[in-house]
Design a protein around this ligand. Sequence first.
Ligand SMILES: [Zn+2]
Ligand SMILES: [Zn+2]
Length: 93
Amino acid sequence: MAKPRRNWIQEERRKTLGDWVAFCLDCGHILRYFLEGEAELPARCPQCAGELRHRCPSCSAPIASAFAVDCEECGEPVRSAQLFGVQIRRPGR
Ligand SMILES: [Zn+2]
Ligand SMILES: [Zn+2]
């Protein structure tokens, strides 16, 4: 079976929900947003009130992928890769 060149569902989602993503550093909750709506992003995660990150901490580039671990612009890590491992919660919480 031929693979589609583009995943149209993802494309549609990107257009309706936003070009960029913000994610919670604590629970990994993802919010999509448009740059125009950046000011309306909640400061805290709606799920756990953890810190939401929506830009690279090193160069302030917006984050394009919900699964990004490194910044596309500067290559610095934008989140802990541990979120994708077994351990999601921080010890001591
Ligand atoms: Zn959270
Ligand atoms: Zn960066």
